[in-house]
Design a protein around this ligand. Structure first.
Ligand code: XIL
Length: 308
């Protein structure tokens, strides 16, 4: 099969998946591809399971949007990544601007993470120091364990991950995350894996060997790794040369996961340029996905397909 999840499974991986978002689900040409479980074996809600969507007011949980994607994954026989239970971004004001004590914020995180699951995100700055956010500023490094323990208590079967960016290659941030995993393990805190977000720029990837070496530094700790938010952006307009390089780069990233037994799967951060977060985030950049804005496959698709 040329379908990507089918090829990932044939290659011994658990899934190939994609992020998606509720407003996209009314586009039937889009959902015809999204719902094909030979193409995608896993979904991540891009926004509708973040704190501002799930608990906009303290103790008031709004699951409608998140459940729409959870139910879609279930109907399609696709895995679901609950994105995410503790993150400094897309927080409701009652959390980010609350005047918290360690006790009150601890219980708020416990309640939130036991109600939703389970990916803690982005605790570090790029230099490996802890990011200053409401969680760290109130609780120090303990907030990560609080979230993980609460999620585990709520669901013994969920895979619990820490999801970061700029940890896909050796450096201070990757080392800091490895050290965090070790300290969590020493404390007996449940941690199953690390999510390597993998937001790249065409032509600016590390070597395959570097990507593999970094993944192995994490799997050596006895945890899984997953590529959780893969896209490879370019400065527009796209050209044949840039699209060809993008094909090579997607091939390199998938090949790195194939080379590491503990890399369980790859998720792209939506599959079509039409719905990519890149243009609204990185001015003048785009065309980051394997399908174009007309839902036609790009050379990047072949780059993924041939790597599995
Ligand atoms: C992005 C979404 O795709 C956008 O729709 C939203 O406006 C901002 O967040 N890393 C992450 C994701 O962990 O949560 C981000 O998702 C993309 C970068």
């Amino acid at each position: 099969s040329t379908a990507l999840h089918a090829r990932a499974k044939a290659g011994g991986k658990l899934y190939f998946g994609t992020a998606t978002d509720n407003p996209e689900l009314t586009n039937t040409a889009y959902t015809a591809i999204l719902d094909d479980n030979t193409m995608f074996g896993q979904l991540t809600p891009a926004n509708s399971m973040k704190w501002d969507a799930i608990e906009p007011e303290q103790g008031t949980f709004t699951f409608t949007q998140g459940d729409a994607i959870a139910n879609l994954a279930k109907t399609n026989g696709q895995l679901l990544r609950g994105h995410n239970c503790v993150w400094y971004n897309q927080l409701p004001n009652w959390v980010s601007s609350g005047s918290w004590t360690t006790a009150t914020l601890t219980s708020v995180i416990q309640n939130h993470c036991s109600t939703l699951l389970y990916v803690v995100k982005k605790p570090f700055n790029d230099d490996g120091t802890w990011r200053s956010d409401v969680f760290y500023n109130t609780l120090g490094t303990s907030y990560v364990g609080i979230g993980l323990n609460a999620a585990r208590a709520a669901d013994p079967n969920a895979k619990l991950y820490i999801n970061e960016y700029n940890v896909e290659y050796p450096g201070a941030k990757s080392t800091a995350l490895q050290n965090l995993v070790k300290s969590l393990q020493a404390a007996g805190t449940p941690i199953d894996g690390v999510g390597l977000q993998s937001h790249w720029i065409v032509g600016e990837l590390p070597s395959l060997e570097t990507l593999v070496q970094n993944m192995e530094a994490f799997t050596a700790l006895g945890i899984e790794v997953a590529i959780t938010e893969l896209d490879i952006r370019m400065t527009l307009p796209s050209t044949a040369a840039l699209l060809a390089q993008q094909e090579t780069d997607y091939n390199t990233v998938i090949s790195s996961c194939m080379a590491v037994a503990g890399c369980v799967g790859v998720t792209i951060w939506d599959f079509t340029d039409e719905y990519s977060w890149v243009p609204s985030t990185f001015s003048g950049q785009g065309a980051a996905c394997p399908w174009d804005q007309n839902l036609a496959r790009k050379p990047a698709y072949t780059g993924i397909q041939t790597a599995f």
